[in-house]
Design a protein around this ligand. Structure first.
Ligand SMILES: Nc1ncnc2c1ncn2[C@@H]1O[C@H](COP(=O)(O)OP(=O)(O)OP(=O)(O)O)[C@@H](O)[C@H]1O
Length: 302
């Protein structure tokens, strides 16, 4: 379990992470989402003790990472896949890590196999593609067989097969009962991988809830209605908190009333409806709505 309490990091006058509080629980994939510059990497660096918080705490299984007696056995992390000595082979890189953490050499071949790098284990890491480097970074994170795992944008640089593999790995690690925190700036990616979402913008917490609830509770609920008596229906539906727009195909998009209420109002007025369809906001729509005030640079969200 990872517990973040009032975590704050200032760089000069600016808060990169601003009073964040959330808990990452075992047995599920928690997506850590935010636009570029939202503070995800800074938060993860503080969890690992690489940056000191200005205020607040980040603990892993109740202790600060730096106070863990066997850190790699408790928590594995992938932050910067390129942070490997370029002239070391993949195997020697992992062996060094294993030895300095009191882990058996046999684990090295196991994790190389697990991430699909066995055939290139003798090659220099400096020659690896970004995708191969990501796999090596993940192998390092898995080395101590930790119950807590944290990955910063792990699908960056991976091809379609690699992305699918990462998704499967995250799901499996969570199914084994581990705590999995994975960051991304892509809602579409998280929609396929995460069970739970922690969304931040400009360092602040915007949402912390199960993935389906994010759409259910935050998605603007719109109902599409078509009728030959549109002007009359608009008059009947108009009320405080109700918005009605026309769409390109002769329909009306109504927010603020659910389909049952609209159907009842239309029936009471004797208005025949040709269509009455609840519209689901996509996860991407919800993400844009959530973070629209907190995007650091306009156009920076992809
Ligand atoms: N060492 C530093 N010195 C000054 N500012 C920093 C430093 N590290 C991060 N920042 C700033 O803190 C903010 C948050 O950055 P961070 O890298 O944590 O965001 P992020 O959500 O991980 O974004 P990205 O997806 O682009 O990596 C940004 O405005 C960034 O410029």
């Amino acid at each position: 379990m990872i517990e973040i309490r009032g975590l704050t990091k200032r760089f000069g006058p600016r808060a990169a992470v601003d009073d964040l509080t959330f808990t990452v629980r075992p047995g599920r994939v928690t997506g850590f989402l935010g636009p570029n510059g939202a503070g995800k990497t800074t938060t993860m660096r503080m969890i690992l003790g690489l940056d000191a918080p200005t205020a607040g705490t980040a603990t892993v299984d109740g202790r600060r990472y730096v106070d863990l007696p066997a850190p790699m056995r408790t928590m594995g992390a992938l932050l910067d896949a390129r942070a490997v000595h370029p002239s070391r082979t993949a195997r020697s890189h992992l062996r060094c890590l294993a030895r300095s953490n009191g882990l058996p050499d046999a684990r090295v071949d196991e994790v190389l196999h697990e991430v699909g790098l066995t055939d290139v284990a003798g090659q220099r890491a400096g020659r690896f593609s970004l995708g191969m480097s990501q796999r090596l970074g993940i192998a390092a994170a898995l080395l101590g067989d930790p119950a807590v795992l944290m990955f910063d944008e792990p699908v960056n640089g991976l091809d379609t097969e690699g992305i699918r593999w990462i998704r499967g790995l995250m799901r499996r690690l969570a199914a084994e009962g581990r705590t999995v925190l994975v960051s991304s700036h892509l809602m579409s990616e998280m929609a396929l991988t995460a069970d739970h979402l922690v969304v931040i913008g400009r360092g602040r917490l915007l949402a912390d809830r199960p993935l389906p609830d994010v759409v259910e509770q935050l998605g603007e609920r719109t109902v599409r209605v078509r009728t030959a008596a549109a002007p009359e229906l608009i008059t009947r539906l108009s009320a405080d908190g109700v918005t009605i727009r026309s769409d390109a195909a002769d329909g009306l998009l109504v927010t603020g009333l659910d389909s049952e209420e609209i159907g009842r109002i239309a029936a009471d007025a004797g208005i025949v409806l040709a269509e009455l369809t609840p519209q689901r906001a996509s996860l991407e729509d919800v993400f844009v709505t959530l973070t629209s005030d907190s995007v650091e640079y306009a156009g920076g969200v992809s």
